[in-house]
Design a protein around this ligand. Structure first.
Ligand code: ZN
Ligand code: ZN
Length: 352
C-alpha cells in the first residue's frame, strides 16, 4: 500500500525508481527497525539492501521485499541493481544525502539521478489505523509517567534527578527510550522554551515545565505540563490561566479543512489579546509520528490543510525572562468529524 502510494508519485518526478536512504523512511516503508540499509523501489519490485548483521531481522520484520545481503558496499549493490533492473532514472532523497554521496551516485550509478524531497514524508502525514494505535500507546505512557512523577518531585531535587526518573519510568512502561531529551525547566529556567534538565535544584515556589515524550515501537508522543512546587506568584498564576485557556481553545478548534496557519492563530490571538503575544515566540504545534517534529506544522507559515489521520501537537506558551514560563501541550489526532485528544493528563494547575 505505502509502496504503491510511492510509485504513484513516480511520473510526477519523472523517475522510474526511488532510492530510499533516510533510515526513518526505510523503517516507515518496511517496518525494519535496524539501520545501515537502503530500499530501492522500482515499478515492479521493492529491493531491500542490507548486510549480514541484519539479514535475519529483515526476514522477520519486513514483507514484500526482495532481500539483498550486500557483498560489497551498499552503493555498489545499488549500482548493480540499477543495471540489472534496467532503470533509467532514479529518484533519491536529496535532503538526506551528503554531497560526497551524491558525487558517488553521479559517478557510479548508470542512470539519471534525480533529487526529490518530501515524497515519503507526504505519505507519513496521514497515519494508518495501525500507526494511530501505536501512537496512542506512546501517549498512554506519558500520561502514566506524568501521574507518577507528581508523587516523586520534591523541593531540593535537581531537574536531572526528575528527568532521569521519568526516563526510567517510561522505559518500565514499555518505551524504548524517551523521544527527545526531557525538558525539566524549573524556576527562572522555565522561561527557556527548550530548557532540558540540568543540575539546578528545584526550589519551593518554583514553577516546573515538564516536556517529554516516549518512543514506542518506532513512534513518539510529546506532551508538556507545567506544575508548581509550592504556591507560585500571582503573575505566574495569571500566565498559567492564559496559556491554559489558549491551549483548550486551540485544541477545541482543530478539525479537518483548517490550515496550519488558522490553527496557530487560535492560540496566538488569545494570548495576544491578553497582552502576552510577544512572549509566545514559537509556533502552536507540529506533526508527530516517527519523528518528534514532522509535518504538518501549526504555524503562521503553514498552508497545509489538516486532514483526518494527521497527528499534531497543540502547545502554546508564555515565557518571561527572569520570571518564568508556562507551556501546556497535548497530542491530537485529526478525525473525520473534528479531533481526538490523545494525551489526557490533567491540565488545571497542580501545586505540589
Ligand atoms: Zn513537547
Ligand atoms: Zn512539541
Amino acid at each position: 500500500m505505502k509502496l504503491q502510494q510511492l510509485r504513484a508519485q513516480f511520473s510526477e518526478h519523472q523517475i522510474d525508481a526511488m532510492l530510499v536512504t533516510n533510515p526513518i523512511n526505510v523503517s516507515y516503508l518496511s517496518g525494519f527497525t535496524g539501520d545501515d540499509s537502503y530500499i530501492l523501489v522500482t515499478k515492479d519490485e521493492a529491493i531491500f539492501l542490507t548486510d549480514a548483521r541484519y539479514t535475519e531481522q529483515v526476514k522477520h520484520e519486513t514483507e514484500g521485499f526482495r532481500l539483498v545481503e550486500r557483498k560489497s558496499t551498499l552503493l555498489e549493490e545499488v549500482v548493480r541493481e540499477v543495471k540489472e533492473t534496467n532503470v533509467q532514472s532514479v529518484g533519491f532523497e536529496k535532503e538526506y544525502v551528503t554531497f560526497a554521496t551524491y558525487q558517488l551516485f553521479e559517478k557510479y550509478i548508470d542512470a539519471k539521478m534525480i533529487g526529490t524531497a518530501g515524497m515519503i514524508e507526504k505519505l507519513r502525514l496521514i497515519k494508518t489505523p495501525e500507526e494511530i494505535k501505536i501512537i496512542k500507546v506512546a501517549c498512554g505512557i506519558v500520561d502514566q509517567t506524568f501521574d507518577y512523577i507528581l508523587s516523586f518531585i520534591k523541593p531540593g531535587m535537581t531537574e536531572l534527578q526528575v528527568s532521569n526518573e521519568m526516563e526510567h519510568y517510561m522505559r518500565k512502561l514499555g518505551a524504548k527510550s524517551s523521544s527527545f531529551d526531557t525538558i525539566v525547566a524549573s524556576g527562572w529556567r522555565s522561561a527557556l522554551p527548550h530548557g532540558t534538565a540540568t543540575d539546578k535544584i528545584i526550589e519551593k515556589g518554583d514553577i516546573v515545565t515538564l516536556d517529554f515524550g516516549a518512543l514506542y515501537n518506532g513512534y513518539i508522543s510529546d506532551t508538556t505540563r507545567t506544575i508548581a512546587v509550592g504556591e507560585p506568584s500571582d503573575q505566574l498564576k495569571e500566565i498559567y490561566d492564559i496559556v491554559l485557556n489558549a491551549q483548550i481553545l486551540g485544541v477545541d478548534a482543530l478539525k479537518p479543512g483548517m490550515t496550519g496557519k488558522e490553527a496557530d492563530a487560535v492560540t496566538r490571538d488569545y494570548i495576544t489579546k491578553h497582552g502576552y503575544g510577544e512572549a509566545f515566540g514559537h509556533s502552536t504545534g507540529h506533526g508527530i509520528g516517527r519523528e518528534v517534529h514532522e509535518a504538518p506544522g501549526l504555524s503562521h507559515r503553514s498552508s497545509t490543510v489538516l486532514q483526518p489521520g494527521m497527528c499534531v501537537t497543540c502547545e502554546p506558551g508564555i515565557y518571561i525572562p527572569g520570571v518564568g514560563g508556562v507551556r501546556i501541550e497535548d497530542d491530537v489526532l485529526i478525525t473525520e468529524t473534528g479531533h481526538e485528544v490523545l494525551t489526557r493528563s490533567k491540565k488545571d494547575l497542580i501545586i505540589l
